[in-house]
Design a protein around this ligand. Structure first.
Ligand code: FAD
Length: 443
């Protein structure tokens, strides 16, 4: 664990979980209640609890650990240790907030109540939803049995990310397949980043000439934004990676070591199934919004919390906000987006609470970012607005090109920003530094 986390833990010793073992305990009330203390939740709750005072902010979070998930791509390639990506939740819980160490089970937005998984209720004036998105390994036939064993791994789970590195190191040649589902997922660039890193490792290990590297994606593009898609096509071509669009993984058979893909779209082969043998298989599982949100009637057709794109306020309940992977904002679901969204919500909410002004002071513009790691020393640093589809680059250089500097930022600078600034609520996103780092605004 890094030095900052230790320092923070020393300061935050008093942040203890609320005891919920006593069923006769009365409802606890909070000015602001936050569901989830991942990237978005911790960033919002840290600032709000500092400004609002002791026990005005409640945080419902069942997990013992907080993970810096973006670094799992590098863990899967053996370039970072898993232990660098996790810390005890107790060490980053804001001192002045009350940690309710339970799962949220349902929400009654009319009564302004959240029911916990132990049956107790918590009430709120304002609610911030930030539970993320659920991994659905069961959404692919056979995957639950296959994952973590015999060459099948996934960077997306803390349980299997270290298997990725193990299986790549043990790989002796054959078919190495990398998949991306058709469902919405967090960090849509991550499924292909590990393909580039593994391809480089196969070369270093001397097995590349005996290896077919295949990338199979359920969507119809290699990347959603043209500028970066062009770069990624060039990288894939240069590196001899076979890209298969509209191929959605539907089955893994660990006994025959075969992956089955359904061809999507409306082409002549649509809906047919194709099988491919694998010797190494990196799976990005399908993902889905949490059921408790759907059951609370707060979501759109796709199951994501229905928010105003600019204010991230619920379309029906103005005292409810949703940030990060759980919401309907039409942009790529990333930590970068969650953090900027958290800044919008906390800034506007504080203005509302202290000044009584409901008009937003700042609006979310769809900003998101995905460092497309293409090797152990190169990154295409995609930064864009999912709302306009246009780049929103922080630096003056062309971030669409592979760059060592972008790798250094991704592997060495961003983790520091995450632990030191984001988890303590002090990182509003790169808009604060863009005028200095990109003064002529190359975007
Ligand atoms: C392999 C990988 C690579 C990635 N790469 C990048 C990258 O390079 N750049 C980038 O910006 N992003 C990246 N991401 C995505 C990024 O990590 C997520 O988009 C981000 O963490 C979303 O933040 P969040 O707050 O919405 O959810 P999370 O950070 O996932 O946090 C959700 C929290 O809610 C809690 N929770 C869940 N259910 C409940 C419940 N019922 N009640 C209470 N709490 C609950 C969870 O325990 C968790 O702590 C990557 C992710 C992965 C897995």
């Amino acid at each position: 664990m890094n030095r900052t986390a230790i320092k923070v833990s020393q300061v935050l010793k008093s942040a203890s979980p609320l005891s919920t073992g006593n069923v006769s305990m009365p409802t606890t009330a909070f000015k602001v209640l936050c569901i989830g203390a991942g990237t978005g939740g911790i960033s919002a709750a840290s600032t709000l609890s500092k400004k609002l005072g002791i026990n005005e902010v409640g945080i419902i979070e069942p997990s013992e650990n907080h993970y810096q998930q973006p670094m799992w791509t590098l863990v899967g390639a053996g370039l970072k240790k898993f232990s660098d990506t996790e810390t005890k939740m107790s060490e980053i819980m804001p001192e002045r907030a009350k940690w309710i160490k339970e799962k949220a089970a349902s929400i009654d937005p009319e009564k302004k109540l959240v029911v916990l998984s132990n049956g107790l209720t918590v009430s709120y004036e304002y609610l911030i939803l930030a539970p993320g998105i659920e991994l659905n390994f069961g959404g692919v036939e056979g995957l639950k049995d296959a994952i973590g064993k015999d060459g099948v791994a996934s960077n997306y789970s803390p349980h299997y990310v270290e298997s990725t590195f193990k299986f790549i190191k043990e790989f002796k040649g054959g078919n190495a397949l990398f998949t991306m589902p058709a469902s919405p997922i967090k960090c849509p660039g991550a499924p292909q980043k590990i393909a580039y890193l593994a391809e480089e490792m196969f070369r270093d290990q001397g097995v590349r000439k005996d290896t077919n590297v295949g990338y199979y994606t359920g969507i119809g593009k290699i990347f959603g934004i043209d500028k970066y898609a062009d770069s990624m096509w060039n990288v894939a071509k240069k590196r001899g990676i076979n890209v298969n669009l509209l191929h959605d993984l539907v089955k893994v058979d660990p006994t025959t070591k075969e992956a089955t893909f359904k061809i999507l779209g409306d082409g002549p082969n649509a809906n047919t199934l194709v099988k491919q043998k694998y010797d190494f298989l990196h799976v990005t599982p399908p993902m889905k919004p949490y059921d408790f949100l759907k059951n609370s009637g707060l979501v759109n057709k796709g199951g994501f919390v229905d928010v105003n794109n600019e204010t991230l306020q619920h379309t029906k309940y103005s005292n409810i906000y949703a940030i990060g992977d759980c919401n309907s904002a039409p942009t790529s679901k990333t930590a970068a987006a969650a953090c900027v969204q958290a800044n919008v919500v906390k800034t506007n909410l504080l203005n509302k609470i202290f000044n009584g002004i409901s008009e937003p002071v700042i609006k979310y513009d769809g900003y998101t970012s995905c460092p497309l790691i293409t090797g152990k020393n190169s990154v295409v640093l995609a930064e864009f607005s999912g709302y306009t589809g246009k780049p929103k680059e922080t630096f003056f250089y062309n971030q669409g090109k592979e760059s060592k500097f972008s790798y250094w930022l991704t592997a060495d600078v961003l983790p520091q920003v995450y632990w030191k600034l984001l988890t303590t609520g002090q990182w509003p996103g790169p808009s604060s530094v863009r005028p200095i780092l990109n003064p002529l605004n190359s975007n």
